[in-house]
Write a protein that binds this ligand. Structure first.
Ligand SMILES: C[S@@+](CC[C@H](N)C(=O)[O-])C[C@H]1O[C@@H](n2cnc3c(N)ncnc32)[C@H](O)[C@@H]1O
Length: 414
C-alpha cells in the first residue's frame, strides 16, 4: 500500500524509568529561547562543545546498507556543519547562547565550555564578562594522543574546557569522579606493605606523616591526560566529525550533577552528552541544527524516555509502501519500499538501503509516539523489515529516518 505523508512536529519515545530527555532540532539560540519558559533556573549542568572557529567544514561518513554496517565503515559523505563564522559573528553567537544558558542554570549550577587554542582567549574573556571572573573554577586542559605530528610547530594535542559556576553555592562532587590511579604514586615517598598486603607510600612533612594507598581512588587534577580521543577504529565512533569520548562527558556529568537533575548541551552533535547523562541517570536536553544528529540520537538513546521537537519539514516525502497485518493484540507492519533519491549513494545500493532507521507508532495529542523501532547497527546490519505494535485505538503512523538525515512520517491504514 502506498502511504500518505504526514507533517509531524514532535516525536516521543516513551520508556519506563525516571530519566527523561528532550532534543530540539533547531538553532541553538531559538532552541534555548523555546526552553526558557519551562526550564529557566532548572538546569544543573551545561556542557557545550561549539564550533572552534576553525574555518573548516565538517562531515559524517554515513554507513549505507548491511555490508557497510558490517564493516563499520561508511561511504556516503554528508556535510554536518560549517565552522566558518568570522570572529565577530562567532562571538555574537556564543554570547547569545551563553546568556540563555546562564538564565537556564540553577543557582547551584555549573557550565563547561569546550574550545581549543583558537577560540580560547576570546571565549575566556566572554565567560568572565557573563559569568564573572570569580566564578571561574578551572581551566581544564584535556590532553590526547591522536592524528599526525607537525614539523612546522609543536603538534597541537590539547583542548581547553572552561569550567564556571553560576554562583557561590555550587554543588560540585569530586568524590563521584575519583578513580584508581593508573600509575603508582611518585616514588620519592617510602613504600610499605600493610598486613593485608596493600601497598602504601608515606612521606613526612611539617612534622606529620602522610600515607597514601596505591589502590586508593584519587581525584583528577585540571590536566586530563587519562582520557584519550576516539581512535579511528573505536567502537564508540559514530562517524560524526568532532564527536567527543563518552568517558570525558561521563566525568563532567558525574562531578557537576546528581541523579534526576537536568543536563543541557546546546551543541549536542552526535549526542555524547545526552548518552552520558542518560547512562548516569540524569535528565537531558540537547539542541543541534544538523539533521543527521537525529538518527544518531535514536541509536544512542534507544531505551530512554525522550521527546524530539523537529525543525523545518524535510522537504518532499519520497514514496513509501508498507502493509499492515492485524494479529492477536498486535499489528504487524511490513516496510516494503522507500524510494528516496539520495545523491552519492554507493553503486548497487538497493532502495531499502536508504533506510537508516524506522519506527511505527500512534499519532497522539503530544505527537507521534513511537511503539516499535529499528536502527541499523553493527550487531543488526540487515534491515528488519517487520515491526509489531500493540493494537490500540488511534491513528497508526510510520517514520523513516533516511541515510541523509531526513525524517519522513506517513499514515498507515489499519
Ligand atoms: C563540535 S560539534 C559537537 C560535537 C559533540 N560534542 C559530540 O560529542 O558529538 C558542534 C555542533 O554544533 C552544531 N552547531 C553549530 N552551529 C549551531 C547553531 N547555531 N545552532 C545549533 N547547533 C549548531 C553543529 O551541528 C555540531 O553538531
Amino acid at each position: 500500500m502506498a502511504l500518505r505523508h504526514a507533517q509531524i512536529h514532535t516525536e516521543c519515545h516513551p520508556a519506563s524509568g525516571g530519566v527523561k530527555g528532550l532534543f530540539r532540532l533547531d538553532d541553538a539560540v531559538s532552541g534555548l529561547d523555546a526552553l526558557l519558559p519551562e526550564y529557566e533556573g532548572r538546569i544543573k549542568l551545561v556542557y557545550m562543545d561549539p564550533p572552534f572557529m576553525t574555518g573548516d567544514r565538517f562531515f559524517m561518513r554515513v554507513r549505507v546498507g548491511a555490508e557497510q554496517w558490517r564493516r563499520g565503515k561508511g561511504s556516503l559523505e554528508i556535510e554536518t556543519f560549517r565552522d566558518r563564522l568570522d570572529r565577530q559573528a562567532y562571538l555574537a553567537l556564543l554570547r547569545s547562547v551563553l546568556e540563555r544558558c546562564r538564565r537556564l542554570l540553577s543557582e547551584d549550577g555549573m557550565i563547561f565550555v569546550h574550545i581549543d587554542y583558537r577560540a580560547h582567549p576570546h571565549v575566556r574573556l566572554l565567560m568572565d564578562e557573563l559569568f564573572g571572573e570569580d566564578n571561574l573554577l578551572n581551566e581544564i586542559i584535556w590532553v590526547y594522543q591522536s592524528g599526525g605530528r607537525s614539523v612546522h610547530h609543536f603538534s597541537r594535542k590539547h583542548d581547553v574546557i572552561l569550567f564556571y559556576r553560576k554562583g557561590p553555592a555550587y554543588d560540585f562532587n569530586i568524590d563521584a569522579v575519583k578513580a584508581a590511579p593508573s600509575r603508582p604514586r611518585s616514588n620519592h615517598m617510602r613504600r610499605h606493605v600493610d598486613p593485608d598486603g596493600r601497598v602504601y607510600r608515606s612521606i613526612r612533612a611539617n612534622g606529620r606523616v602522610y600515607t597514601y594507598y596505591d589502590d586508593e581512588p584519587v581525584a583528577p587534577t585540571d590536566v586530563w591526560q587519562d582520557l584519550n580521543h576516539l581512535q579511528q577504529k573505536d567502537p564508540e565512533r559514530t562517524g560524526y566529525d568532532a564527536q567527543k569520548p563518552l568517558a570525558l562527558l561521563d566525568r563532567i556529568v558525574r562531578c557537576a550533577s546528581r541523579e534526576g537533575e537536568w543536563v543541557l548541551d546546546p551543541f549536542a552533535g552526535s549526542g555524547t552528552t545526552l548518552e552520558a547523562a542518560a547512562r548516569a541517570g540524569r535528565c537531558f536536553i540537547g539542541v543541534d541544527c544538523c539533521p543527521l544528529t537525529l538518527n544518531l540520537l535514536r541509536r544512542r538513546l534507544a531505551g530512554s524516555d525522550y521527546r524530539v521537537t523537529l525543525g523545518a519539514p524535510a522537504g518532499d516525502a519520497p514514496d513509501c509502501r508498507a502493509t499492515v497485518q492485524p494479529g492477536v493484540g498486535f499489528y504487524h507492519v511490513q516496510l516494503e519500499a522507500f524510494d528516496a533519491a539520495i545523491p552519492g549513494m554507493p553503486e548497487g545500493a538497493g532502495p531499502l538501503d536508504a533506510v537508516d532507521c524506522w519506527s511505527v507508532g500512534y499519532l497522539r495529542p503530544e505527537g507521534y509516539t513511537v511503539m516499535a523501532e529499528f536502527q541499523r547497527s553493527k550487531r543488526a546490519p540487515e534491515l528488519q523489515r517487520e515491526l509489531a505494535v500493540p493494537a490500540y485505538a488511534g491513528e497508526l503512523a510510520l517514520c523513516v529516518g533516511d541515510v541523509s538525515g531526513r525524517s519522513f512520517y506517513y499514515l498507515l491504514d489499519k
